[in-house]
Design a protein around this ligand. Sequence first.
Ligand SMILES: NC(=O)c1ccc[n+]([C@@H]2O[C@H](COP(=O)([O-])OP(=O)(O)OC[C@H]3O[C@@H](n4cnc5c(N)ncnc54)[C@H](O)[C@@H]3O)[C@@H](O)[C@H]2O)c1
Length: 322
Amino acid sequence: MEKVLVTGGAGYIGSVLVRILLAKGYKVRVVDYLAFGGESLLDVFSNPNLEMVRADIREKNYDYLNGIDAVCHLAAIVGDPACKKFAKDAQEINSEASIALYAECCKRKIKRFVFASTCSNYGKMTDSSQFLTETSELRPVSFYAELKVAFEKHLLANYSKHEVTTTILRFSTVYGLAPRMRFDLTVNEFTRDVTAGKELVIYGEQFWRPYCHVYDLANSMALTLDKDKALVNGEVFNVGDTSENYNKKMLAENIQNVIGSIPVKFVPQTDDPRDYRVDFSKIKNKLGFTITKKVPDGIREINNAIKLGIISNPFSEKYSNI
Ligand SMILES: NC(=O)c1ccc[n+]([C@@H]2O[C@H](COP(=O)([O-])OP(=O)(O)OC[C@H]3O[C@@H](n4cnc5c(N)ncnc54)[C@H](O)[C@@H]3O)[C@@H](O)[C@H]2O)c1
């Protein structure tokens, strides 16, 4: 495998993945329409092994697939609020353009296709004593997750008819520092607010979610590319670590442990439809995936970056997908 296309390669996760792939010796091509700018790729832009194509994947010109061996598909309208606000774009990009891109990959016999899906697909667990696995029922409770589930189903219904080794990675909620920062993600947002001296207001402290550092998530995609077809073809993997499921109260406690005593206001909420704890043994046992960072590491790095002024205005709109 030599040349990898990263769709959405200028994004939060994609910009980290690009660097991992370059470091592993791959040639990388990014296709991205730069919704949040391209500064995230500045220091690798002149790398002879990186090629940048500025394009919208809704366009039907697939020249950017010429010479490509593998596709890591991350381009999307990302998150529940953004998909609600930009519903037409979400339908076109996360569904129609993704289906068309996969069809083109099949037609061209691209060797690999790895899709960035989400654990949000699980929605709400029915039994709070259990951890959800890849075979648990998907109960999407947002348009964002509905679109992810629909594309997963499309891939699973079609992969065996083609030669493209196809893998679905269901990412945990991501956190941590990346060349394209996002502060509309729980750990990053909470840490930013506390670092800025704001009171931490937590709605629905009891709701569970798994979290994973952006480096580890990106690394799981690179790892998947290296694995034998028999291990990954037509497979779904949750990406994260079973020890990294937290409810929001636990996140507040972890922030407190790292940053010190902070004012926290808990606002009761019973109607958050998303509440899930996830088991990650499959990716660990089958692919040997392990995480290198935990939530407190992410809190620490974000707190430091803001305190030192490395990120001068973390409240800037550019750090949010909405
Ligand atoms: N952030 C998370 O917690 C999380 C969790 C699970 C899954 N994911 C998935 O991982 C992927 C990347 O997420 P992210 O957090 O890096 O998001 P992001 O918004 O930072 O990056 C998405 C990138 O895709 C590009 N893009 C969007 N539509 C495009 C189009 N039509 N043509 C070309 N480029 C386009 C954007 O310009 C952007 O650079 C997404 O598919 C997302 O659903 C993210």
